[in-house]
Design a protein around this ligand. Sequence first.
Ligand SMILES: [Zn+2]
Length: 420
Amino acid sequence: MPKQFTTVGVGRLLKEWKEEDFAASLWTTEIPLAVAGFNYGRFKKKEVTDSETKYAIEGYATSEVPDYLRGFPGNLTPSRLTENAMVEAQNSVRLFTQYFGEAPYGRLAITQQPQFNFGQSWPTLVYLPLSAFLDSTQRWMLMGGDAFRFTEFIQEVTPHEVAHQWWGHMVGWASYHDQWLSEGFADFSAGLYLLWTESKPDKYLKYWERARKAILDKNEFGLAANDAGPLWMGLRLNTRRTGGAYNRLVYPKGGYILHMLRSMMYEAQTKDQNFVVMMHDFVKTYYNQSVSTEDFKRMVEKHITPNMNVDGNGSMDWFFDEWVYGTEVPSYAFNYSLSDDGDKTVLKFTVEQSGVSPRFKMLIPIYLEFDGKPFQMGRVFLVGNLKSKEFQTRLPKRPKRVLINAEHDILASQVSVNGK
Ligand SMILES: [Zn+2]
């Protein structure tokens, strides 16, 4: 490399030296890596070791702006936020270690690349877009109204790319059919990051609402990405009339599928434990292997919970047929009333599922809201276009309101509560 540049490779740096006008470096790895890449630039390096995971987090950013931004008014210093990006990476590694199990690499280099709108992940190495290193004022100066849209991309790009250390690198995908196990899982992981790092759930809920719209909003041909076909078709989803359907399904719908599984496995007592145990097992079982959708389905069946076992045969075919190999999207109408009975409150409710085929099955979660927080009370199981019987239950305390699908637990077209 010309000697003014620093090279950042995958694996571990063994040595660096100069030869005349060139800089050379040698990289090695003790564990197999499926792919290798590198970045280079006039980088300033920062480094921290995370006390919890013992991961070394390195940040590489340039204080120069790329040619296409030269002469722009204001003082653009894209290295200023390196520490922010490093903190996000550190928190991502911690969270994903808890949820998915330990990563073996021990190191993660967060490096800047000059384009604005994409990131990429290699084992031990992440490219983050320049935009992730600018603060909101700088982004506003550069992009005006587009800055808002970008703010969402930027808050998701670091956890998404860090999640690829697990999804794509530790666990690969068998064919284009199975790429949602990488991109969808990385999108799911970015949502999880928003849930655990933000004090309020707003960003998390908006994240899933944006995903829902990306999947279901119609384009100029009157077609939603979801109309292009099952996400299992992967890259073949992109057609002249459904351009971008790959990006709108394999990423957010893939994320939704894992999100729906997590929701079904959630229990009030043990929270995410069922899901966490399954994900750890998945990563351990398929470490350094390419997995297929059917491999993942078998893993879900291994960890099936009683309420997910709707056919009584331990099979998750019903769920995968609907969401991975199918395109159906249900709507729900929820009607409820609360009345006082002495010191208790009586809740009566019905749930109606519509817009689906007669065999479409789903577990619909019901939430009670106390002190601004929804708590899952239970789930209603429905098959086909059907209104449930009227459920009645006595509650020790009056909830502020009763909700269904409060955490976007199901990818739904429409959800109405008491007719609204
Ligand atoms: Zn990705």
